[in-house]
Design a protein around this ligand. Structure first.
Ligand code: FES
Length: 110
């Protein structure tokens, strides 16, 4: 089973999850609720930063790509063009697990 490592306030929790399931659903099933709004890929509330293993997630589909693009634009406008450099954002309600991954909620306000 793959492992999702969740870092919140320097504390790391590990979850053994089912492959091909959504990150948000699997953590919810195991008792941890990530932030959420629409749970459909359009609001961006569930955004997470991928610390390790971005290649172990499903390729983003059109709706997730569009939402992430919009979020990145907003962050760049607020914090500058370099802000997103080296950061990988995904939506936990859309990203499916294919292997080990480390994540943290993406908390910076827009
Ligand atoms: S909860 Fe709205 S995009 Fe994930």
């Amino acid at each position: 089973m793959p492992t999702v490592s969740l870092t919140v306030n320097n504390e790391v929790k590990q979850f053994e999850v089912h492959e091909n399931e959504l990150i948000w659903d699997e953590l919810d099933r195991l008792g941890t609720k990530l932030p959420a709004g629409c749970l459909a890929g359009s609001c961006g509330t569930c955004r997470i930063q991928i610390l390790k293993g971005p290649e172990n997630l499903s390729e983003p589909r059109a709706v997730e790509k569009e939402t992430i693009h919009h979020l990145e634009d907003q962050y760049k406008k607020k914090y500058g063009d370099d802000f997103m450099q080296g950061k990988t954002i995904r939506l936990s309600c859309r990203a499916r697990i294919a292997g080990d991954v480390s994540i943290t909620p993406f908390k910076e306000k827009i």
